[in-house]
Design a protein around this ligand. Structure first.
Ligand SMILES: [Zn+2]
Length: 315
């Protein structure tokens, strides 16, 4: 039978359903279908799932994954977004070298504080939303080739406020550094003392400062890294006690807020007041280091400071 006659014959019986069993599964015939234009995962032009953020400085829309890959620094203008404590540790410490300390330590509502909500309910809500137990992660890890006692604060947990847990965890990691002969690095971000713990939070200022004094007595270095924002009780204690004080670009650093200072002094504040750049110019901090250069900078500083420490021990 020729091809033409078959076609003609089929045309003659086109009212009869085709005697072909429909496929049990649609994928059986997928090789003859046109590829769907909307679901191809390899196509770059597809709009990817995820969130976008607008840079508050240059108004560029930034794709979250790219922002994460760039350590939460704007790809266009270099604005430093807040970065979580775990991401920060991941960016600084060599893989598999971080041994966390006091990971399960949590605050207790000693004062039975009740404001808009109880302190206990606040703590529970923040633990759930951040996956953290409190506003600092501490432990010992290796940066470059140097073992370091490290504390990294997290602003997302109750504004990085310093309560008993933050104070105790930092004191313990400083003491571990002193015992093991390691340098201490603390990366701060905080709104200050935690009002829910009243006097107990203020006592952390003295406790952490005392631990750092013992550390200094052993001629061991302490590097303080200030990130946006570092203020009030934290700035008035361990954050300002570094042998070296480094800040991230554009970080707001101070004790009281600018409005309070303006009201108290009745004076106009200079432009750029309480920024890292202003404080570098006026000698309160030693260097401004962009986030992506922090690891290399710490390696350099730690190497030099520990070489000095070893020379002194040998003498
Ligand atoms: Zn930007």
């Amino acid at each position: 039978m020729s091809k033409t006659s078959l076609t003609r014959k089929l045309q003659d019986v086109d009212s009869v359903p085709a005697a072909v069993t429909p496929p049990a599964h649609p994928t059986e015939t997928s090789f003859v279908r046109k590829p769907k234009l909307t679901t191809g995962k390899s196509r770059k032009r597809d709009i990817p799932e995820g969130l976008w953020q607008k840079c508050p400085k240059c108004a560029t829309m930034l794709y979250d994954k790219e922002l994460d890959a760039n350590l939460k620094v704007c790809l266009k203008c270099g604005h430093h977004f807040a970065i979580g404590s775990r991401e920060r540790i991941h960016s600084l410490v060599e893989t598999c070298t971080f041994e966390e300390m006091d990971a399960g330590m949590t605050s207790v509502d000693v004062l039975k504080f009740t404001g808009v909500a109880t302190y206990t309910s606040k703590l529970e809500a923040y633990k759930k939303s951040t996956g953290l137990k409190d506003a600092v992660i501490t432990g010992v890890g290796t940066i470059g080739t140097q073992r370091v006692a490290l504390g990294v604060m997290d602003f997302s947990f109750l504004g990085g406020s310093m309560g008993s847990v933050v104070g105790e965890k930092l004191t313990r990691v400083i003491e571990a550094g002193t015992d093991k002969g390691l340098p201490v690095v603390i990366i701060s971000t905080s709104g200050g003392a935690r009002m829910y713990e009243g006097m107990f939070s203020l006592m952390q200022m003295a406790k952490t400062s005392a631990a750092l004094a013992y550390h200094a007595r052993n001629k061991l270095p302490y590097i303080s890294v200030l990130t946006h924002p570092t203020t009030a009780g934290v700035m008035a204690s361990y954050a300002s006690l570094g042998d070296l004080i480094i800040a991230e670009p554009g970080a707001m650093i101070g004790f009281a807020g600018p409005r309070v200072i303006k009201d108290t002094t009745q004076a106009e504040l200079p432009p750029g007041f309480q920024t890292a750049e202003f404080l570098l110019e006026h000698g309160l901090i030693d260097a401004i280091v962009p986030r992506k250069e922090l690891k290399d900078a710490l390696c350099g500083y730690l190497g030099a400071l520990m070489a000095g420490h070893r020379r002194e021990q040998a003498a």
